[in-house]
Design a protein around this ligand. Structure first.
Ligand SMILES: NC(=O)c1ccc[n+]([C@@H]2O[C@H](COP(=O)([O-])OP(=O)(O)OC[C@H]3O[C@@H](n4cnc5c(N)ncnc54)[C@H](OP(=O)(O)O)[C@@H]3O)[C@@H](O)[C@H]2O)c1
Length: 187
């Protein structure tokens, strides 16, 4: 079975972006000096993200003028952007706009990933939709020593301890990387 991994950085207080969708609080935190992200990315065959996350990358990387910056981050990995809108997609990038239920798209996403994993980049509700549909297999959090009082929630679902099993926890720079296997006890 394909691993479907929600891998994100989060504050201690459970937010992945502030109220303005800004990540300044994240970029000032000391990063790990290992290549843990590179190793993770090597295991990824396809990416999934919601439209706010895609739009953030599009705007911050100025993809309209510099589409090559997408490849610099994600190479040629197929990416599925969940949106009800007709968002701009730079020519030549393997980006698919999809909408509706995860169940309607998981087959195509898994096929695109091949024998590698699916990275749910965010946001939190989209990760929740993958959980709801029974396809999320891992939650991997890099917890930053930052608190915010509001913002975009990391995983806005009620998921209790019988459904999340801690499989590892490591200090990486100023982050704690915690990995949780997702179990579906009710199914
Ligand atoms: N800290 C980190 O490492 C990290 C990681 C990822 C993201 N982020 C940030 O966190 C924030 C997340 O934003 P967000 O909470 O708004 O989440 P998001 O998942 O990026 O975007 C949510 C939007 O995606 C669309 N969407 C979601 N599910 C859909 C479905 N099933 N069908 C059709 N459209 C669907 C909807 O917009 P439309 O239909 O109107 O398009 C929805 O409002 C962003 O600022 C992002 O940059 C941070």
């Amino acid at each position: 079975m394909t691993n479907v991994i929600y891998n994100t950085a989060t504050t201690l207080s459970g937010f992945i972006a502030d109220d303005d969708d800004a990540l300044d609080w994240l970029f000032v935190v000391d990063q790990p000096d290992d290549d843990s992200f590179g190793s993770f990315l090597a295991s990824v065959g396809a990416l999934v993200m919601g439209s706010t996350t895609y739009q953030w990358v599009y705007d911050h990387e100025r993809l309209d003028e510099h589409p090559e910056r997408w490849r610099a981050s994600y190479a040629d990995r197929p990416t599925f952007v969940f949106t009800s809108r007709d968002l701009p997609v730079p020519e030549g990038l393997d980006i698919h706009l999809v909408r509706g239920a995860v169940a309607d798209h998981i087959g195509a996403i898994a096929a695109a990933a091949g024998d590698r994993d699916i990275w749910v980049v965010g946001g939190g509700d989209l990760a929740g939709q993958f959980y709801d549909s029974g396809h999320l297999t891992e939650v991997r959090l890099s917890i930053a020593p930052v608190t915010l009082t509001s913002g975009a929630p990391v995983l806005p679902r009620r998921i209790e301890a019988d459904a999340l099993r801690l499989t590892s926890a490591h200090a990486r720079g100023q982050f704690v990387e915690a990995r949780y296997e997702v179990r579906y006890p009710r199914r």
